[in-house]
Design a protein around this ligand. Sequence first.
Ligand SMILES: Cc1cc2nc3c(=O)[nH]c(=O)nc-3n(C[C@H](O)[C@H](O)[C@H](O)COP(=O)(O)OP(=O)(O)OC[C@H]3O[C@@H](n4cnc5c(N)ncnc54)[C@H](O)[C@@H]3O)c2cc1C
Length: 359
Amino acid sequence: MTNTYDCCVLGSGIAGAASAMVLARLGLDVLVVEAGQHPRFAIGESLVPTTTLGLDYLARTYGIPELRQISHYPWMTESQLTGWPKLGFWFGHHRAGHPLEAGREMMFITPGLPMGPDVHMLREDVDSFLVARLADYGVEYRDRTSIADWQVGAKRDSLVLEREGQRRSVHARFVLDCSGHASVLAKMQNLRDSATRLRTNTRAVFSHFRGVRFLEEVLGQPCGRFGTRRDAGTIHHCFHGGWFWIIRFDSGICSVGVVLDRRLHPDNNVKAEDEFWSYVDRFPTVREQLGGAVPTRPIVKSGRLQFTSHRIFGERYLLAPHVASFVDPLFSTGMDLTTVFIARMAPVLASLAKGGDLP
Ligand SMILES: Cc1cc2nc3c(=O)[nH]c(=O)nc-3n(C[C@H](O)[C@H](O)[C@H](O)COP(=O)(O)OP(=O)(O)OC[C@H]3O[C@@H](n4cnc5c(N)ncnc54)[C@H](O)[C@@H]3O)c2cc1C
């Protein structure tokens, strides 16, 4: 087992696993270090057209069929991944205490074949699937491992990794932080802004549920004018200062959450579960759709979702998008930024690792 790598990737979510595959395809020796263990719950389950195209681009450019498999429903089912063919975004605007009023809905249809359709992906499945393929790309993977120390050296960084009390030193020319919201390096290097200047100011309360009714059935009228069923898209129930997402999967599970503007809906230390159902109860149509649903895991709530960093790269380290900052979940662009990041980052890092200059 070597202890010198071109790149050490921290975190094995979709960003870490896909980055590692691409860097390995570019000839780098890559180590992926994951603090947890797959399968594990992750948020970020709805693709948009540019994410699908981004995954296609990476799959074709670097010969990584798995990235196409996770973004196209027929291949997802072939690979036994839990997903849903997503045909668009549905938005309804609700007033508290009133059923959804006529004309207060719209649907944005996204491209079908050959570019789309997009998918909903159960990240638990998809992330495990990618991680299980890392070895095929020559990537070394260490789970249940954290960083005990990190020293920036003249030519290489030295990292002390810890797994179940055992320590191991490794060296890497570059460290790529893909640890998501945990932002390991950003925190170690104090790169996070103490007060973000972002104007969005939201929090979320969410879980996975069984027994979410189809909206088409709740509204009792097929929506012919959109050319497709509302439930074929990601559902956004919007209201003053907030919105619910409903992301359906073919397993019968739905990811459901409510995003709240903290200025209008401050966190008053109510239990996550009570708060979630209290918002459901305010909107009769939402209550009809979600009232009988049962969470399959605990309902949790976040603090403020927004954060920013004053630096995103430094002497041989680089932060992935969801490590560096987060603006808001509305419009589902998190993984889109990740694919764009990988496409731009990988050739640069590969050239530098081989002693070249910026391409
Ligand atoms: C409420 C909400 C809804 C969202 N909805 C969408 C959506 O619909 N569509 C979309 O595209 N994006 C969405 N996003 C954004 C999306 O979640 C992220 O873009 C995406 O999950 C990022 O993936 P990732 O691999 O960077 O991070 P993650 O999936 O968070 O993976 C990070 C990994 O790092 C590991 N890790 C943590 N600490 C350490 C450590 N110290 N050492 C090593 N490993 C570590 C974790 O265990 C984890 O496996 C949403 C975000 C939020 C907050």
